[in-house]
Design a protein around this ligand. Structure first.
Ligand SMILES: *Cc1c(COP(=O)(O)O)cnc(C)c1O
Length: 377
């Protein structure tokens, strides 16, 4: 494996202090009472950067576990669940809801724009009876950012529980769980948090726990059952042995975020400068509104193959950016300026490598991307 600049929209680069934290001596996390304190403090710190007093849990598994755990824990047979879909992850929630017996109703948005909240409001006047709704904060394959605050308020007004996938948002975009009335928000270690992949975490409201407790039938899963985590602290008991080194690393990554008081501003500034550089170079952004500050998605110019371009960037410059998947496969490239990646020096080098690689494959940028970026940032 090469040690390259990973400028992808997850996994992201991992700071040295996080890597070192993962190498510290460990204890028996099931038996050592101090680890219960450490785990709880880590959860509280995650709650602090999500601006919530809700309970937070860290589970052992990639971000997808968070999505599935939320759906598994809330869904019962024939529950009506609203899927707010303007991207690949948005659409994907429907699979989990069906898997656990729910009835899916889709509110489909324009895939090149953020969810139109006026349209959503109209829809919610016509259709009722949803137990919960799912929405993605930043849908990473297209880079579209949804207005979670507005959407969750509209849903809660109708008594609908809100489930938000902010895996690619939190840490780079503001997330205010209590103000925005998010019942379950989930994240993962390997995006803006900038720890290695392997952990997911969720903040869970009292309303969400209440619904889980009063189910007609028990949750049809063990690993995806959020209820078994409810009283771990009171009972000093974990449902399974926590991956202690992963959690020590995550704790350091969360401390890094909490110390970085300008983190949201920096993401916004870097993203704006990146978009400007791309546009002035004569390239097109994929989406039309709702630009995420964590990832920039650029249409491939005529005649440029994504695989060739990415390979050139790795071979010649040691920089990984990403293509996309699903309906976007082969159509766009993605630069992940999230977490540790959202640094000026890394972006300058990435833009330089991108411009030179485009040139080598036959596309000449109209303006120097690094110059435009530096003027704006
Ligand atoms: C990365 C990501 C996930 C986790 O899925 P992967 O298997 O890592 O792709 C979930 N939701 C969103 C929006 C993501 O960006």
């Amino acid at each position: 494996m090469k040690v390259s600049q990973i400028m992808t929209p997850g996994p992201t680069q991992v700071r040295e202090n996080v890597r070192m934290a993962r190498a510290l001596a460990t204890t028996n996390p099931d038996l050592d009472v101090q680890f219960y304190e450490f785990y709880k403090e880590t959860c509280d710190k995650i709650g602090a950067f999500l601006h919530t007093n809700n309970e937070v849990r860290v589970l052992s598994g990639e971000g997808i576990l968070g999505l599935e755990a939320a759906c598994a824990s809330l869904t019962e047979d024939n529950d009506r669940v609203l899927i707010i879909d303007n991207g690949i992850f948005g659409e994907g929630f429907a699979d989990f809801v069906k898997m656990y017996g729910g009835e899916v109703v889709v509110f489909k948005g324009d895939r090149k724009r953020k969810i139109d909240t006026i349209e959503l409001e109209k829809f919610l006047k016509k259709d009722h009876g949803f137990k919960y709704a799912t929405v993605v904060h930043c849908d990473t394959p297209s880079g579209v950012l949804n207005d979670i605050n507005k959407i969750c308020h509209l849903l809660k007004e109708k008594g609908i529980l809100t489930v938000v996938d902010s895996v690619a948002g939190m840490g780079g975009e503001d997330v205010r769980v209590d103000d925005w009335q998010i019942d379950i928000v989930l994240g993962a270690s390997q995006k803006c948090i900038s720890a290695p992949a392997g952990l997911t975490f969720l903040s869970i409201s009292d309303d969400a726990f209440k619904v889980m407790k009063h189910r007609r039938k028990p949750i049809a899963s063990y690993y995806c059952n959020l209820l078994i985590w409810k009283d771990y602290y009171k009972n000093q008991w974990f449902p399974y042995t926590p991956p202690i080194s992963d959690i020590i690393g995550l704790r350091q990554a969360v401390d890094n975020i909490l110390e970085d008081t300008e983190i949201i501003k920096r993401h916004s500034c870097i993203a704006k400068a990146t978009r400007k550089a791309v546009i002035e170079a004569g390239l097109n952004l994929y989406i039309k509104d709702g630009y995420s500050n964590t990832v920039t998605v650029v249409e491939l110019p005529e005649g440029i193959n994504d695989k060739e371009l990415l390979k050139h960037m790795v071979d010649e410059f040691d920089v990984f950016i990403a293509g996309s998947f699903g309906y976007l496969k082969g159509k766009v490239i993605r630069i992940g300026h999230m977490g540790e990646n959202a640094k000026k020096d890394k972006m300058i080098y990435t833009l330089l490598a991108l411009q030179a690689s485009l040139k080598a494959l036959g596309f000449e940028c109209k303006k120097d991307m690094v110059e435009v970026f530096l003027d704006e940032v």
